[in-house]
Design a protein around this ligand. Structure first.
Ligand code: C5P
Length: 293
C-alpha cells in the first residue's frame, strides 16, 4: 500500500435519490432527455466502506446483494474506481470495498448512482488525491446521468440531462416513506414510452419551503412525467400509490425517477408508524422510512 493511503476503514451512507418533481422538457439528438428535477436525499441508503487491502476487491452484502452481478466489470462501483485512477493518473487503488446493498436495484431512487458517487468521494479521502470539481463532475457524468447529483447528497435542482446542478431551496423538516412493489423497471424503456417530451418546465421555487404545507403546495403543481408511462408498464405502481393516497397521515405521494419506487411525505413523527403499518399490510413490498434530508 503506497504511503499516501491511510489505514482506517472509511464508511458512508450512499443515500437514495428521490425525484420530488421530474419534468421532461425535451430530447437531445443523442436520445437523452432534457429534464428539470427537484431532488432530495433522505437518510435512507446503501452503505459503502473502504479499507486497505492487497488489491482492489469488491464485496457485496445486504438484502439486495444477489440482484447485483458480483464479478461484473460493469458494476458502477468498480467503474468508478477505475475511472478515478485514470483521471487522477494513479495506480488502481488497493482497497477492499464493501457495498451493503439495502436499496432495491433498478428502482428509480439512484442506488447504483449514489454508490458510485459515494465511492468517488471516499476514494478522494482514502488516497488523499482530490480531483478538481470539474474533473470529478465529468467523471461522474461519464458513469451515468444521475451520478453527478449524487456527489452532493443535498436538495438540488437538476437540469440538462442531469449534469447542470444548482442548490435547491431549504426543505422543511419532513419524513419520507419509500415503497417499492419489488418490480424492476428498465429506465430506457420508461423514457422510450413517453408520449410527450416537451412538457412545461418546473415553476419558480421560493427561497425556502418554510413548512411541509409550502413544499406540498409546490409539489402539487408539479409532476413526474415518467409516472404515466411507468404505470402503464407496471400495474403494481398504481397499487402502491393508491395505498399511500389512502393513508391520511401521508400528505403527498408520487413515483420517483423512472420507478417503480414511490414516496410518501409525512410529519417526521409519523414515519416509523406508517412504515410499520405498511409492512403489516404488504409484507411483499420493500418499505423504508427516514428524515427527508
Ligand atoms: O445515464 P444512464 O446510463 O444512467 O441512463 C440510463 C438510460 O436512461 C439512458 O440510456 C437513457 O435511455 C435514459 N435517460 C434519458 N435521459 C436522461 C437520463 C437517462 O433518456 N436524462
Amino acid at each position: 500500500m503506497p504511503d499516501h493511503q491511510q489505514t482506517a476503514v472509511r464508511a458512508e451512507l450512499a443515500r437514495a435519490k428521490v425525484n420530488l418533481a421530474l419534468h421532461i422538457t425535451g430530447q437531445r439528438n443523442d436520445g437523452y432527455h432534457l429534464l428539470e428535477s427537484l431532488v432530495a436525499f433522505p437518510q435512507i441508503g446503501d452503505r459503502i466502506a473502504l479499507e486497505p487491502s492487497e488489491k482492489l476487491e469488491l464485496d457485496i452484502d445486504g438484502p439486495f446483494a444477489r440482484e447485483l452481478d458480483l464479478a461484473g466489470d460493469n458494476n458502477l462501483v468498480l467503474r468508478a474506481v477505475r475511472g478515478f485512477a485514470e483521471r487522477a493518473k494513479i495506480d488502481v487503488p488497493s482497497v477492499k470495498i464493501t457495498l451493503t446493498k439495502r436499496l432495491p436495484v433498478a428502482s428509480g431512487i439512484g442506488g447504483g448512482s449514489s454508490d458510485a458517487a459515494t465511492t468517488l468521494r471516499l476514494l478522494e479521502d482514502v488516497t488523499g488525491v482530490y480531483l478538481s470539481d470539474a474533473d470529478l463532475h465529468e467523471l461522474a457524468a461519464s458513469l451515468g446521468a444521475d451520478v453527478p447529483v449524487c456527489l452532493t447528497p443535498e436538495p438540488q435542482v437538476m437540469r440538462g440531462i442531469g449534469e447542470d446542478l444548482a442548490a435547491a431551496p431549504l426543505l422543511p423538516a419532513c419524513g419520507i416513506v419509500l415503497v417499492n412493489p419489488k418490480v424492476t423497471l428498465e429506465t430506457p424503456d420508461v423514457f422510450g414510452a413517453l408520449d410527450k417530451k416537451n412538457n412545461p418546465q418546473l415553476a419558480k421555487m421560493p427561497d425556502a419551503f418554510d413548512d411541509i404545507a409550502a413544499l406540498i403546495a409546490y409539489l402539487t403543481n408539479s409532476r413526474n412525467d415518467l409516472q404515466t408511462p411507468a404505470m402503464s408498464a407496471c400495474g403494481a405502481i398504481g397499487e402502491v400509490l393508491n395505498f399511500l393516497q389512502g393513508d391520511s397521515r401521508i400528505l403527498f405521494s408520487r413515483m420517483s425517477g423512472s420507478g417503480a419506487t414511490c414516496f410518501g411525505l409525512c410529519a417526521p413523527t409519523e414515519m416509523r408508524a406508517i412504515e410499520t403499518d405498511l409492512r403489516t399490510a404488504h409484507p411483499d413490498w420493500w418499505i423504508a422510512s427516514g428524515p427527508l434530508s
